[in-house]
Design a binder for this molecule. Structure first.
Ligand SMILES: Cc1ncc(COP(=O)(O)O)c(C=O)c1O
Length: 408
């Protein structure tokens, strides 16, 4: 143990905003999945929700909307959401979206399932890269397809695509499921990687479903480049997006599918038919308010999250130097490699019982065949207040110990 706390680990007293002052007793409300799945006293750092209150412009818009009736929402006539989202996506390279190229969904996951259903046949392999946000591989197997996965490679400073592995796994596949930015590693695929991925999709004649839900949660100043920013892949790609990660609104369920081939969008949306449902009036109101007036809140939140990310990195280096960790470029998720620990084989349970923190277990992020590869990894959600994060990290260090387990 270090004697004095490092200055970087101190709560940032200058941040006098609601992000910094969270009360676990209030967060542990019966309607919060994140805070009630585990017993009282456990700090929940698992499901990808932030602990912060609703952004004020969203709250105001919802309150105003509730002064009127809540009948079916007129999505076709109310073009404001289409226009606002279109303007936003254009800044990421998704320009010139044609009529019929943007449809609204009750969430992003239904879009993932619809794409698998529409673009592949039962029994076929579907291509992705692991570790991966679990509904990717669950969608593939739930719908009777097979996962064809190329595990990412753990580089010194970032997770990398295994191009040879991807080539080998692509055999017989028709659909690439891409996560950009990537959950759980926090990678934002860079221009060169995107170029190679696009060439790859073209040479293998693949459809691509690009889940870009975390695009607005980036810590880099570089503009975000959508996979379909390049016209050469636009006819084979559908992009999925939504407000729920950046604005912490998963409880209001809404997403969008965007593509430049309106027939492809229609085919994917149509595959789900009436099973898909439609977004609620409140979710439409929320997303419009987020796009129109949510910018300053998001900017402040990103600043706070970046501070948390840096505290986490400094803490690991100082107190748990044997934990392998690459700094996420986006998302509030950290993918930690704890395989060097003697309890790696049940690390999630160990942390729950001994540190009283709840994280996601690594094997969740792969299908059956590859689960063992990720035993000893955990995904930690750092979107809480700095004092709660530091408390969780202190508990983790006390339980895991092992400064003497060597340097990374
Ligand atoms: C990459 C990714 N896609 C989709 C989702 C879920 O989206 P939705 O709640 O809109 O279905 C998440 C949630 O964490 C996610 O990380």
């Amino acid at each position: 143990m270090t004697d004095a706390p490092l200055p970087e680990l101190m709560p940032d007293a200058s941040v006098a905003d609601p992000h910094a002052h969270l009360d676990p007793a209030a967060l542990r409300h019966a309607d919060s999945l994140k805070w009630t799945l585990y017993p009282e006293g456990v700090i929940p750092l698992w499901v990808a929700d932030m602990d912060y209150p609703v952004a004020p412009p969203i709250l105001t818009a919802l309150q105003d909307r509730l002064t009127r009736g809540l009948g079916y929402h007129q999505l076709l006539g109310d073009t404001a959401l289409t226009e606002l989202l279109g303007q936003h996506l254009a800044t990421q390279g998704l320009t010139d979206v044609p009529e019929g190229g943007m449809v609204f969904l009750p969430g992003v996951v239904p879009g993932l399932y619809a794409a698998i259903h529409a673009l592949t046949q039962p029994g076929e392999p579907v291509l992705t890269m692991t570790p991966i946000y679990h509904p990717f591989h669950l969608g593939i197997t739930d719908l009777g397809r097979r996962v064809a996965a190329a595990p990412l490679l753990e580089g010194e400073t970032r997770w990398e695509i295994d191009w040879e592995g991807l080539e080998a796994a692509a055999q017989g596949t028709r659909l690439l499921m891409l996560c950009h930015p990537h959950n759980p590693t926090g990678r934002v695929w860079d221009a060169e990687e995107l170029r190679r991925l696009r060439d790859f999709a073209r040479s293998h004649d693949l459809y691509v479903v690009s889940d870009e839900l975390h695009a607005d949660l980036r810590f880099t100043d570089a503009p975000f480049e959508a996979f379909a920013a390049d016209p050469r892949v636009r006819d084979r790609t559908v992009t999925l997006t939504g407000p729920c990660k950046a604005y912490n609104t998963a409880g209001l369920g809404i997403g969008a599918m965007v593509g430049h081939d309106a027939d492809l969008v229609k085919r994917v949306r149509g595959a789900a038919g009436g099973l898909m449902g439609h977004p609620s009036a409140l979710s439409v109101t929320m997303w419009k308010a987020a796009l129109r007036d949510g910018g300053p809140w998001l900017e402040g939140t990103l600043k706070y999250l970046r501070g948390n990310r840096d505290v986490l990195a400094a803490f690991l280096l100082a107190r748990l130097p044997w934990v392998r960790f690459t700094t996420p470029e986006a998302t509030y998720l950290a993918w930690l490699d704890l395989r060097a620990h003697p309890r790696a084989e049940d690390i999630q349970k160990f942390l729950l019982e001994e540190a009283r923190i709840a994280v996601h277990d690594g094997p969740v992020f792969a299908h059956a065949e590859l689960k063992p590869e990720y035993q000893g990894f955990v995904r930690l959600n750092f979107a809480t207040s700095r004092p709660l994060l530091i408390e969780a990290l202190e508990r983790m260090a006390d339980a895991l110990g092992g400064e003497d387990m060597g340097q990374r």
